[in-house]
Design a protein around this ligand. Sequence first.
Ligand SMILES: *Cc1c(COP(=O)(O)O)cnc(C)c1O
Length: 345
Amino acid sequence: MIEFRSDTFTLPTSRMMEAIQTAALGDDVYGEDPTVKELEEKTALILGKEASILMPSGTMANLSSIMAHCVRGSKILVGDESDIYIYEAAGASVCGGIMYEKIPTMSDGTLRIQDLEETFPKDVDDPQFALPSLICIENSHNRMGGKVLPLSYLEELKAFSIKKKIPIHMDGARLFNAAISLGVAPREITKFADTVQICLSKGLSSPIGSMVAGSKEFINKVYRIRKMLGGGMRQAGIIAAPALIALDEYMDRLTVDHEHARMLVEGLASIPGVILEAENVDTNIVFFRVDASKLTTEIFIEEATKRGLNLAELGTNRIRMVTHSGINSTDIKKALKIIHSILAG
Ligand SMILES: *Cc1c(COP(=O)(O)O)cnc(C)c1O
C-alpha cells in the first residue's frame, strides 16, 4: 500500500528503534528521566525559548497551552480552518471554560489583522463581553495546503498582539517544514510567538509526542495542567530518545519530502480531471479535487485504495496527499499512474 493519507503514518527509523532500546530512563513524573530532560533542553534551544516540555500529543499540547494562557470566560481567536478549531474536540471549552471565536482563514493560512481587531469590544469594562485572551495561529497550515506564514505577516501580528496585550500561541505541528521552506532557523519563526507547539510524530518520524515551548513561568503552568489532564508519563525517555534523533535529522528528511511534494504537484497538474487547489506547494501537503463530471470523490478514493493507493478526504471533496519518509520517488510515479488510470476511466 502506498500511504499518502498523512505524515503521521511514518514509522521510527532503525536508528530510532536502537535509541529507544538503549535510552537512559527514569520516572519523569518525579522529574528523573534524563533523556526527557535532554530533549526538553534541546528543544527549548532550537525554538529559542526559555523552556520546553514533552507532551503525549499535539492536541494536549495545544489544550494545555491555551489553558495556561487564558482565564475561564475569556475567548481565544482561532482560524476557522485550524486544527485547534476543527479537530481538537472543543477541549478549550470543555476543560477550560474558554470560548472559541473563529476568524476566516485566508488562502495563505493567515488571519487578517482587521478581522482580529473586530473581535475586541469597544468598551472592555462592559461586562457583557468575553475578552480575547489569546491569538492562535497554525504554521505550516495543514488545511490550507501546508502553506507557510510569511515572516512579514508574523512580524505585523506580533506588533498587533503587543498593542492589544494578548499573547500568540503558534500551533507548529509542522514548524520544521515551515522553517525549511523559508530557509531559516526555526527560532526565526518562533520569535514572533509567545508559545509554540511542535509535533514529533508527523514528518519528523518519531512515533509519539509533541513539545510545548515558552517562558519558564509558562512551562510551569503547562506542567501542572499536563498532570491534571493525565499527561504525566513515567519512563517517557522511550519517547524522548527517538525525538532527539529526529531533531538531529529533520533537515535532510523534510527537504526530501518537499521535493517529493513538488514532483507530485507537477505530475498531478498534467492529469486531465485533476483540479489542483494550488499550482505551487510550500511544504509536504498537496490538495486537489477530481472533476465531478467524471467521478465522485468517494468512488475515486475507493478506486485508489483498490489499486494500492491510500488518499484522504479532508473537508468535502478535498483530497489531501502528504509526502513523508515512507514515500520515495518511485511511489510518486506509481501514484500518478494510478490516479491517471482511474480518471481515464
Ligand atoms: C496533527 C496536528 C495536531 C494534533 O496533534 P496530535 O498529536 O494528533 O494530537 C495539531 N495541529 C496540527 C496543525 C496538526 O497537524
